[in-house]
Design a protein around this ligand. Sequence first.
Ligand code: SF4
Length: 281
Amino acid sequence: MADKTKIKSVNHTQNLWIGCTKVSEGCKHCYAEAMDRYWRWTPDFQQLTRTKTWGQPANWQRAAKAREVEMVFGNSLSDFFHPRADQWRPEAWELIKRTPNLIWRLTTKRPELIADRLPNDWGDGYKNVWIGATVEMKKYLWRLDSLRDVPAVAHYLAAEPLLGDLTPELADHIHGIDWVMVGGESGAGFRPMDAQWARNIQNLCQDRRIAFWFNGHAGRHQGNTLLDGKSYQSYPAPLEDYKREVRVMKVSCRDNFKQETLAPAPSSEGLKTTREERKCL
Ligand code: SF4
């Protein structure tokens, strides 16, 4: 939601709605829920609330220069494919389509719901949308199989917060995945991440030539982003491919998207992202 996020792998975070319901162990310390409890953005986090900030992406699009792309973490305080957002998603797809200089990263713990929630003109995937699934433990590796069933220009794995070793089984699920991000949990009550778990994934990615990004070790303050003294911050090939294709498209969508909300809109100050966001999705 903030214009410039502190999350290193994206330029912006954008929340078209806020709120979610927990689905698995990775949700235990959901930062979005904690932030919402503190800032009181929504009347009921579990019910989801539409925000007033739908005009921001159009502003970023207008500011983008030809052949430049910026990365947006879509719905960092929710799950883009949560069924309670079905009423808003068609409009969100329109917005995404009209911001070609923004690459939208949509991360979900519900990849099995994606196929029924794609726009009619999705085809092989909008060129400015990457879709990713969170897998925090081995028992959720099936999410990668659901994800791969959905056509997209880039599929990624968000192994964050990593709560267990995903290998060796990950090797049987990683085909078709273009990018892998790994990170430990941060904040009070964080659960530890063995560095070897991250190392095992990095080794697999190296063997399979999959781009790898290490977001950091677990800790109350997730500060150390080096793995064995080395920084891993690689993007997948579709990013460079898209940079070659993209052109600035003039859009004036700000007025075309409803600005209503069901609750007081979060202030931009209140929505500044923090390191805590790395824990989620
Ligand atoms: S961690 Fe993500 S999927 Fe889980 S409740 Fe929070 S926002 Fe939803």
